[in-house]
Design a protein around this ligand. Sequence first.
Ligand code: NAP
Length: 264
Amino acid sequence: MSDRYAVIGNPVAHSKSPAIHAEFARATGQDIDYARIEAPLDGFADAIARFRAAGGKGCNVTLPFKQEAVRIAGRLSERARLAQAVNTLRFEDSFGDNTDGIGLVRDLAGNMGVDLRGKSLLILGAGGAAQGVAGALLVAGLRRLVIANRTLSKAQALAERFPGVRARGYQALAGERFDVVVNATSAGLAGESPALPAGLLDEKTVAYDMVYGRDTPFLVQARAAGARAVDGIGMLVEQAAESFFLWRGVRPSTRAVLEKLRGS
Ligand code: NAP
């Protein structure tokens, strides 16, 4: 029987993770079965226990359970501890990790050729996604990291966890410029964009929206300002590759999967 994995979230029907992991398994010759499991909002721990009892080897965790998964893991990687969010569980040693940050860094640095060393970077948003990537971005050698959020207190609470990181409200960004702006808000899912001051994005900015599969108002705005605008599909594939490596000890190539998802 194939080794069983799954992505557990709510909602989860839209998840591209099963297709990505099926492609990784095919390309690396690994015999795995990867499913979607929608857990009730108050039933995450039960869903994990049931999947383990049924022979599951590990799972990805998505909205809204990444923080709850921290309590389920017996042992956390340093990056999951810093993020206080887990997106990958490996059951055999109760290990919890967070591969979102390294996924974003690999997409920016590896796929897009953006050298983050010495750069200034702005994260928009202070929810689970921002929480998951801040530590990995700092380790990548940034000169300056600022976190801006609609609810300023959440940006302040997140920034306090990392030395040297500053928090701002959106309007306080007027007159500032950053080499890279990462939209880690869910605004694009509602057809909205964070209320950014004019001039924040220009032809020298790399503008990255973690939302994927749609042309968000942030990306439209970035392109209109002449910025290099890109969605989060590469991050999704790269974080999945790191999870696959944690479970199987084999690192799949991401290029073919990414090209397929981008339809090129
Ligand atoms: P979350 O914990 O619910 O946080 C949502 C964030 O978006 C908060 O900072 C919130 O601000 C902000 N926000 C929502 N609507 C907004 C609006 N209209 N204007 C300005 N800010 C708004 O969600 P999350 O887990 O951080 O996920 C955020 C997004 O990242 C999701 O769309 C998710 O799909 C995406 N994501 C992508 C990947 C990938 O691999 N590409 C990985 C992880 C997440 P307030 O605090 O003020 O409410």
